[in-house]
Design a protein around this ligand. Structure first.
Ligand code: FAD
Length: 418
């Protein structure tokens, strides 16, 4: 290899891939290309701590010295316009090109746009980058009435943060419950109750007709029921779509993301895709998924580096995710899509409980509110294939059970006949 490995996208996945290539002993050229003009940074704080305090700075993923020390070429502030796969080179939006032997697509996702009149008014925001977060923070400083469109993780994190800062916040959600695609109804209900108790107004089963403006700035949101809600700021949090444009134009297979095999290879094997942009068959659930989480981006990046350094291992990480909404730390592990039974451990009234999800008697996911120990143990149990019974999950000391199960596994591996 002479042109080496080029990574498009300098977010969580891209930066980890560059670091892991070096950790795996790859000594050829590695170039990290990103269109943001920032040293790559952690995204989760943007909807949490970053919004609370005007002095908070972005938290960098790696110090600048890391890239120099690891001899990783950086092309920040440059956007790739096309992949010429025959010539094996990238074309930049501002002209110029860059050759590659192998390519990793870590292009992430972008906020879904609101297809409504008024969506382009000043004061209407979505959140993906630190530039978005700075704009939201600046605008929020003088805002009184905030409307959040969408009751998903990012929308609710922002709603709780801005309400704690004294603004009047309304959340509008089209579905019948908050976080509807992500957690069990018990948790949705709990989150709704606690947010409402802090003064946030929640409008469920409600859609928006239009955003109203005056002199180019948003002043209100009109719901389809005809209610006119004053707003000097609107946050749109209605999900994200994968950045697949480059891959699609290059002829790669796309299916709600860039389709990859268990080693993260796209339909053109010398091009890999990872992170929010990648869609794959999940080893545990058997379904096709595109996950948006730091864990997914990081673990896929590590595996892509292994693939490119001659290993042939499938992706088998257990998915996990967290979100901080007001006084609730939500932690999810596993995939609950196939869940056919849930069991509650702990008390919702204490703001400390977990929901265990089972599918055909097998533990497939745990969703926790302020019960980090369940989450941490859940990661280990699901990875090991250990399912406590629903009764044990509801009441028992799972740590002890799990340790005993592991010992029994080790003993039967040592003496398979007994
Ligand atoms: C506000 C916010 C809060 C979040 N909170 C959590 C959380 O609490 N927990 C959690 O697990 N996850 C959270 N996430 C999700 C997590 O941040 C993402 O899953 C993760 O960033 C995905 O990493 P990625 O590298 O795939 O994409 P990204 O981190 O988005 O990086 C992709 C990069 O590629 C660049 N790019 C795209 N196209 C091009 C191109 N043509 N040329 C050059 N560069 C390009 C993009 O600009 C971007 O910088 C949050 C996300 C956001 C936005």
């Amino acid at each position: 290899m002479t042109k080496g490995i080029v990574i498009i996208g300098a977010g969580h996945a891209g930066v980890q891939a560059a670091a892991s290539l070096r950790e795996e002993g790859f000594s050829g050229p590695v170039t990290l290309v990103g269109d943001e003009n920032e040293l790559p940074y952690h995204k989760p704080p943007l909807s949490k701590a970053f919004l609370k305090d005007a002095q908070t700075k972005p938290q960098v993923l790696r110090a600048e010295a890391f890239y120099t020390g690891a001899d990783i070429g950086l092309r920040f502030g440059e956007r790739v316009a096309a992949i010429d796969k025959a010539a094996r080179q990238l074309e930049f939006e501002d002209g110029g090109n860059l050759g590659f032997d192998r390519l990793i697509l870590a292009t992430g996702s972008r906020p879904r746009l609101l297809p409504l009149a008024g969506a382009d008014l000043a004061g209407v925001f979505s959140l993906r980058t630190v530039a978005d977060a700075r704009a939201i923070r600046d605008h929020a400083a003088a805002a009184q009435n905030v409307v959040v469109l969408g009751g998903g993780f990012i929308g609710l994190e922002i709603a709780a943060t801005l309400a704690a800062g004294g603004r009047k916040v309304t959340v509008i959600e089209a579905q019948e419950r908050l976080l509807g695609r992500a957690v069990a109804p018990t948790i949705s209900l709990h989150v709704a109750g606690r947010l409402a108790a802090t003064g946030i107004r929640l409008l469920m089963r409600t859609t928006v007709e239009r955003l109203d403006g005056e002199n180019g700035r948003v002043i209100a949101v009109t719901t389809s029921a005809g209610e006119h809600i004053p707003a000097d700021m609107v946050l749109v949090g209605i999900g994200a779509v994968a950045n697949t444009g480059l891959a699609e134009a290059a002829g790669l297979t796309i299916a709600n993301g860039i389709r990859v095999d268990p080693q993260m290879r796209t339909s053109i094997p010398e091009i890999l895709a990872i992170g929010d942009a990648a869609n794959y068959r999940h080893w545990h659930s058997g379904g096709d998924v595109r996950l948006e989480s730091v864990q997914n981006a990081t673990d896929q990046a590590k595996l892509a580096a292994r693939t490119l350094t001659g290993h042939d291992e499938p992706y088998t990480s257990v998915p996990w995710f967290w979100s901080d909404i007001g006084d609730m730390k939500l932690q999810m592990v596993g995939l609950s899509t196939a869940s056919d039974r849930t069991v509650l451990a702990g008390e919702a009234a204490d703001n400390r409980f977990s929901v265990f999800h089972y599918s055909g008697g097998r533990l497939v996911a745990i969703e926790s509110v302020n019960r980090p120990a369940d989450h941490m143990l859940g990661r280990k149990m699901i990875a090991a294939g250990f399912s406590p019974t629903p009764e044990q999950a509801a009441g028992g000391d799972l740590k002890d059970l799990f340790v005993r199960w592991q010992q029994a596994q080790m003993e039967s591996a040592a003496c398979p006949q007994s």
